[in-house]
Ligand binder design. Structure first.
Ligand code: G3P
Length: 218
């Protein structure tokens, strides 16, 4: 399972990278705004900064909603760096843009996916990644994890190569459950990744090992 971090915060990306388990980064317009990154040139520069920190895929989202706008923006984003994956929303023109980028050899991440049908369309259009938003489904009393399971079944039935990128991960158990269901990738906040580390018995056990060592080696 690949681990992506879902942030545009450079310190957090560095921290996750230093842990040695980071495979990439996903961003979106809200995450860029949260870091105060505004204006086209600053945004493009920030994507390059992220690429220079992490050795892996970096999703950069288009803002346009028509085919022409998405193609223009996506080509500009893809030209920025080899690691850029163009993030395209699951809308009618987005599906057309996914197909266009696939034919051009530009890698894509289809975002804002909330149903198995949308995921099937993304795979048919050749998306590199599909991003089902599990946390946002949970927020509206739908079962986000069940969507991962449905997409896994559909993709396995037809050997689709599109990777399932479980997005809108809110906590550590989301990661565990997505791993059990066979999601190819998860993207979440640093806290969700760090949560995997924690177990009270590890802390208690280490404390005892060190105390016993100190007794024999005063
Ligand atoms: O990057 C897309 C997705 O991960 C957003 O997550 O927490 O805003 O629902 P969230």
């Amino acid at each position: 399972m690949k681990f992506f971090i879902d942030t545009a915060n450079l310190d957090q990306i560095r921290e996750a990278g230093e842990l040695g388990v980071l495979d990439g980064v996903t961003t979106n317009p809200s995450l860029m705004a949260k870091e105060g990154i505004t204006g086209k040139n600053n945004i493009l520069k920030h994507y390059v900064d992220i690429c220079n920190i992490v050795d892996g895929d970096v999703s950069a989202e288009v803002i346009g909603t028509t085919f022409d706008q998405m193609v223009r923006e996506g080509e500009e984003l893809a030209d920025l760096h080899d690691q850029i994956v163009v993030k395209v929303p699951m809308i009618r023109d987005g599906v057309k843009a996914l197909r266009y980028f696939t034919e051009k050899g530009i890698r894509t991440n289809c975002t804002l996916v909330f149903s198995p049908g949308q995921a099937l369309l993304a795979a048919k259009a050749g998306a590199t990644y599909v991003s089902p938003f599990i946390g946002r489904l949970d927020d509206v009393s739908s079962d986000g994890l069940n969507l991962i399971s449905e997409i896994r079944e559909i993709y396995d039935n037809y050997d689709f190569e599109t990777e399932i990128l479980a997005a809108s991960i809110r906590h550590t158990m989301h990661i565990i459950e997505c791993a059990k269901l066979g999601a190819d990738v998860m993207t979440g906040p640093l806290s969700s990744i760090e949560g995997l580390l924690k177990h009270p018995l590890t802390d208690i056990g280490l404390e005892k090992f060190l105390a016993d060592y100190r007794k024999g080696n005063p």
